[in-house]
Unconditional design. Structure first.
Ligand code: 0PR
Length: 367
């Protein structure tokens, strides 16, 4: 620690130098986060010191959290859904499995989970002492439904389905998973951290939410396609009482029990998340999603004309390619576990960026 504090000018010139070392969103094609919407930033700044970990001190902010859950519940066809704002998909997935474990007490719990699931489930299962029984994906990178039933046994506490997979942008057949969950009387958690704010705004959305009676809980991240500030996730549960299974006593707070995983929780990004949804409305979100999907399809067509075939045809705005070559200078893309080039057409990825990327990859190709 410095003995004598820095002058403000010196401090901020140091901070802006460091910020300048970060990569620029104008070339980031690998991220599921994006530049926050200006209304999210404005709302965030209004709520900087609010802490949802002690909601009695911030009843106004706490009511925004309830409104956020109400908006999302409505979007997911279940206005009475319970839920709370998490730090993101990782926390939501951990908490969903905690609920499932609390609901069904067995000696050696396991969860039947897609091969394509996000690595946060590994963390969750490690922490909770749950075994992962992985179900392989089919050729389209959706969970092979025919293999789910065989993976379930008496120690299975939950099924997981993915609505918008991290690597390939696929939506599992959640309808089929929900039917199995109902038949087997199992908890079904849907990880819609990415797809939850894409799928409802598609012209012909595949079923993935509480409209399916077998769906027990849903993870959705406003800090991904919801264009909020970080961190903003949400866990929704069909029965608000499910959260009560996680309650622990918090005797000296303004609330006497809490079911959240984090203690101190930012109100600022919750205000940011709600601000975007209310400002955009359904029409605005449909327009953003339509733009992202249009860019995704344009990118796929463009890449295919250069001889880089798509790995799959995605359900949401994640494009993957069989393209075993270096990426043009300055662009940041990622690679899936299977080695496919992966590009996420987030709202900050404009049509012009896609054209520029295609031009650059075309030049590499001709070089
Ligand atoms: N579930 C799904 C389907 C996800 O895609 C992710 C994150 C999570 C859960 C976990 O969410 P949190 O990271 O919010 O806890 N998917 C992205 C990924 O792993 C996260 C990300 C975002 C990574 C931006 C890099 C990046 O620049 O790719």
């Amino acid at each position: 620690m410095l003995c004598k504090g820095l002058a403000e000018e010196e401090l901020f010139s140091f901070l802006s130098k460091k910020r300048g070392e970060d990569l620029c969103h104008s070339h980031i094609l690998s991220s599921m986060c994006t530049v926050p919407h200006p209304v999210a930033v404005k709302a965030h700044l209004m709520f900087m010191e609010t802490n949802l970990g002690d909601p009695g001190l911030f009843p106004g902010t706490a009511s925004l959290e309830r409104l956020l859950i109400e908006r999302l519940g409505d979007l997911f066809h279940h206005q009475e859904a319970g839920g709370y704002a998490t730090s993101g998909g990782t926390e939501s997935n951990i908490q969903a499995l905690r609920i499932a474990k609390a609901q069904k007490k067995v000696d050696e719990p396991n969860v039947v989970i897609p091969e394509t699931s996000h690595f946060s489930f590994k963390k969750a299962c490690d922490m909770l002492g749950i075994r992962m029984k992985t179900v392989p994906a089919d050729r389209c990178m959706r969970t092979d439904i025919n293999q789910v039933g065989g993976a379930i046994d008496k120690n299975t506490i939950a099924l997981v389905g993915i609505a918008g997979s991290t690597e390939y942008g696929m939506v599992d057949d959640i309808g089929a998973l929900a039917a199995i969950a109902e038949e087997e009387n199992l908890f079904l958690h849907v990880d819609a951290a990415f797809g939850g704010l894409v799928i409802p705004f598609l012209p012909d959305p595949p079923p993935f939410d509480f409209a399916l009676p077998g769906v027990s809980s849903i993870a959705v991240d406003p800090h991904k396609m919801g264009m909020s500030t970080l961190p903003a996730g949400a866990l929704l549960v069909r029965e608000p009482e499910m959260l009560g299974l996680l309650n622990i006593d918090t005797p000296y707070l303004t609330v006497k029990q809490e079911y959240t995983l984090a203690g101190t929780r930012p109100g600022a990004s919750v205000a940011g998340a709600l601000a975007v949804l209310d400002y955009m409305g359904r029409d605005g979100m449909e327009a953003v999603v339509a733009g992202c999907m249009k860019n995704t399809h344009r990118l796929i067509r463009g890449m295919e004309t250069f001889g880089f075939p798509r790995a799959v045809t995605p359900d949401v705005n994640v494009a993957t390619f069989i393209a075993d070559r270096p990426v043009p200078k300055d662009w940041v893309v990622s690679r899936t576990r299977r080695g496919h080039m992966r590009i996420i057409c987030m709202p900050h990825v404009t049509a012009d960026m896609i054209e520029q990327f295609l031009m650059d990859i075309g030049e590499c190709e001709n070089a």
